[in-house]
Design a protein around this ligand. Structure first.
Ligand code: ATP
Length: 366
């Protein structure tokens, strides 16, 4: 922070629709800044799969340094299917950022918006309002870059990716989930609930996870705690998603269920996220680069703009500046109004409105 009204934001638009949706978020932040009397100094940095193709570096050192110094990181999307490393996996710098800055809590809130259709017809489905907290730094993703390869290159007999569930990693994410549920219950009223998602019936690592979850739960007696197996949760999240509040899970399960819960409210373009650590926060839509629609102006920018709103909430909490929280609410209300009025229907919902039409409508309400 250069002065108390200015906030330095490292902006990484990235690849594919990342660029398109980021342009919308930048406009919204400029408008909100004026309304709340704060300046967001948005500095764009080039990184991602395309940058890797052009320069050989997906996440250059100076970009990391700029992210380190910034008050927050705003991220579009990175990765392109045809850009891959030697082991056949995609170039995914967002994972590197999570590990580098120890952004252990992947916070993924999902809610319905009046005026937008949802796939489930059950009347209670309109009440879906839940948050998935994904452990971001270990679990099955611990295996990334560490695969055990058996046999000779070209004639491998097996490749082993190992899941790591550590006490420290699990304690801190469970603790984060319970505190989050306590704050959410205080804001919304009622009792907070945390559901842990595991596979403790099969894997020792997951039985360990469940033990640590239960220990953490005992330190938060005002929050209702329960555990469920991931396969049952895949079913329950389709059958009765309105019964869930906060959920916490291992990295890979969180990756998969994030897309499922985004589908509950219409698609990836409605799913914001924050990757939060003790010292840094990165905010990005839960979606990827959507190569199938990139460069056509069709992307729904709502998830990106909601992620920028989450960033303001997080900055507000850290700095104690309540005007930032006002900014977050301003964005959320503007989006609610846009959809509730019914004139705007993003292409993702079968409507005619692309990124810039949605962004303009949000800006008008701000
Ligand atoms: P990643 O693995 O990087 O998360 P992915 O390949 O799983 O990415 P996405 O890029 O998230 O997938 O896209 C999944 C589907 O959702 C695609 O059909 C894409 O067009 C659609 N999609 C994603 N984001 C949006 C958006 N903002 N607006 C409209 N459609 C989107």
């Amino acid at each position: 922070m250069t002065n108390t009204n200015d906030f330095d934001i490292a902006v990484l638009p990235g690849d594919g629709i990342g660029e398109e949706v980021m342009a919308c978020a930048e406009q919204v932040l400029a408008a909100v800044g004026q309304r709340i009397g704060r300046r967001f100094l948005l500095t764009r940095h080039r990184a991602g799969a395309q940058h890797y193709l052009e320069t050989g570096a997906a996440l250059p050192e100076p970009v990391l340094a700029a992210c380190e110094k910034a008050d927050a990181i705003l991220f579009g999307a990175m990765g392109l299917p045809h850009v891959r490393g030697k082991d056949g996996t995609e170039i995914i710098p967002q994972l590197d950022l999570r590990f580098h800055f120890d952004l252990y809590a992947g916070v993924r809130p999902i809610r319905t918006f009046q005026g937008l259709p949802i796939p489930l017809s059950h009347p209670l489905a309109r009440e879906i309002d839940l948050v998935l907290i994904r452990e971001n730094t270990e679990g099955l993703f611990h295996a990334r870059g560490r695969a055990e390869i058996r046999g000779m290159p070209g004639s491998e007999s097996a490749v082993l990716d190992t899941m790591c569930i550590s006490r420290r990693g699990t304690e801190r994410i469970c603790e984060y989930a319970f505190r989050y549920a306590e704050r959410r219950a205080a804001a919304k009223g009622g009792t907070g609930r945390v559901t842990s998602i595991d596979k403790a019936n099969v894997f020792a690592s997951m039985a360990f996870w469940r033990r640590i979850f239960d220990e953490t739960a005992s330190r938060h007696p005002t929050v209702e705690a329960s555990s469920a197996y991931v396969d049952a949760m895949a079913l329950n999240l389709l059958m009765k998603p309105w019964t869930y509040d906060v959920m916490v899970t291992e990295n890979m399960f969180g990756d998969i269920l994030s897309d499922l819960i985004a589908g509950l409210v219409g698609g990836m373009g409605m799913a914001p996220s924050g990757d939060i650590g003790d010292h840094h926060g990165l905010f990005q839509p839960a979606h990827g680069t959507a190569p199938d629609i990139m460069g056509q102006g069709k992307a729904n920018p709502t998830a990106m703009v909601l992620s920028a709103a989450m960033m303001l909430g997080w900055l507000g909490e850290r700095s104690g500046d309540s005007r930032l929280e006002d900014g977050m609410i301003l964005i959320e209300k503007a989006i609610e109004t846009v959809f509730a009025e019914g004139d705007i229907r993003p292409m993702e919902f079968g409507g005619p409105h692309g990124s810039s039409a949605v962004a303009t409508a949000i800006l008008e309400r701000i």
